[in-house]
Design a protein around this ligand. Structure first.
Ligand code: GRF
Length: 204
């Protein structure tokens, strides 16, 4: 079977993107990152992708600031299709993905979020968790639907919140786990050995 082609969407530094590229290179993922797209023209991750010899470019949306829809979403779908992409990983992409990109890749768009969803969706999840005083937080990889961080959960990892943590130290420890969890979860989805039953993603 040929290696699956993955597309990645970023807005910022791209450390999860880099972790996925490295996982492919090291053979931990039977896949290849075919294209990285950013909605931010000078995103740090674009340079990082280029340094890793992965095609990367910005497509800056013309319309909204907080979502990607209409013609803007269509431009992403077309670019990924041209690159032969089958699965898309959002990695710090800061807009809510809507039609027609969602419809172009049904059940084939994944996201990583730095909390144990459904707790603390949205921005600054690590700070939200720290301020709330939870004793455990973590990270979640989930399928993307039209909601905010709300699709069916593929995998999660727990990170304890320590008494002397700041929001920043907690975020750092969560990020380390994110890098491993994302590759693991993508592997699970690429294997095809799962079924989505309502909100539950179960192994088959
Ligand atoms: C990560 O914490 C990810 O969970 C969230 O945005 C952050 C992106 O970081 N969605 P990076 O760009 O992958 O370094």
């Amino acid at each position: 079977m040929s290696r699956k082609r993955i597309g990645i969407m970023i807005s910022g530094r791209g450390s999860n993107m880099a972790a996925l590229i490295v996982a492919c290179r090291e053979g931990r993922l039977d896949a290849e990152v075919a294209l990285v797209l950013s909605d931010v023209a000078d995103a740090e991750g674009l340079e990082r992708a280029e340094n890793l010899d992965v095609p990367a470019r910005a497509i800056v949306p013309k319309k909204y600031r907080t979502k990607l829809d209409g013609d803007d979403a269509r431009a992403y779908a077309e670019a990924f299709r041209e690159a032969g992409v089958e699965f898309i990983c959002l990695a710090g992409f800061m807009r809510i993905v809507k039609a027609p990109l969602l419809e172009a890749f049904p059940g084939r768009i994944l996201n990583i979020h730095p909390s144990l969803l459904p707790s603390f969706p949205g921005l600054e999840a690590q700070r939200q968790a720290w301020e709330h005083g939870v004793k455990f937080s973590g990270c979640t990889v989930h399928f993307v639907d039209a909601s905010l961080d709300g699709g069916p959960i593929i995998a999660q990892r727990i990170v304890p919140v320590l008494d002397d943590d700041t929001a920043e130290t907690l975020a750092e420890r969560i990020l380390t786990e994110e890098h491993e969890l994302y590759a693991e979860a993508v592997g699970k989805v690429l294997s095809g050995r799962y079924r989505v039953m309502g909100r539950r993603v179960v192994r088959t």
